[in-house]
Ligand binder design. Sequence first.
Ligand code: URA
Length: 237
Amino acid sequence: MRLDKLIAQMQLGTRSQVKEYIRNGSITVNGQVVKKPEYKVAEQSDTVCFMGRALCYQEFAYYMLHKPSGVVTATKDRQDKTVMDLLQGAAGKDLFPVGRLDKDTEGLLLITNDGALSHSLLSPKKHVEKTYYAECEGTLSAEGITMLEQGVDIGDEKPTLPARVCRVKQSGNTYSLELSITEGRFHQVKRMIGAVGGKVTYLKRISFGGLVLDETLEKGAWRALRQEEVEQLAGRN
Ligand code: URA
C-alpha cells in the first residue's frame, strides 16, 4: 500500500497534512526516513513511525453506534440522514452497517468494514442472537408468550424460530418485554408482536451476538469496539 494512503487511513491528518508529514521527514519506515508519499509499504510487516512513535496498522475497524430513531440504516440516502452520516470522523475505509434496523428503531448497530465478520454474523445458519426491548400496545397473555417462545406464524413460509421472552411488564393496556431472536427477518419483532395481538410502539436493540449496547453512549453517539468485544464477536464465527 502507498505510504500516504496507509497514514491517511490511520487518521493522522488530512491528505495534505499527511503529505507534509512525509515530505518534512516525520515518517520512518523500518528506521529510515521516507519522503515519498508513493513509497510502497507492506502494512502487515513494515514498522512505520510518526515522529518516532510506531503506528499500528489495523486492516479492519469496528464501531458500535447508538442508533437514534429517524435515521435510516444505509450508506447513502437521497432523502434521509443515514447511520453513516453519524459516523463522521471514524477511521476506516468502506465502512458499512451490519444488518439493518428500521428507521424508527433505536439501539445497537455494529458498523465495520470486515465483510467476513458481517457475513458470518448475518448468516441464517449461525443463529446469532439479537435482543430487543419493546414497548407495545395490547395485552400479552401466557399463551402469547408461549407462542413467541415456540415460534409464531408471521405470514412467511415458515414460522419464526423459538425466541426468548423475558422482563414482561404489563401495565393496563400496554406492556414492555425483552425479546431475543436468532433470525433477521423483515420487521421481525413488530410482526411477531403483531402475531400475538400487540402493536410495537417503541423498539430498541440492546444486544447483538453477545455485544451489549453501551448505555453511556447518547443516542447518535458511537465508539470503537474494545479489543475483547471484537474477539468475542469473532469467536462466534
Ligand atoms: N425487528 C423489527 O421489527 N424492526 C427492527 O428494526 C429490528 C427487528
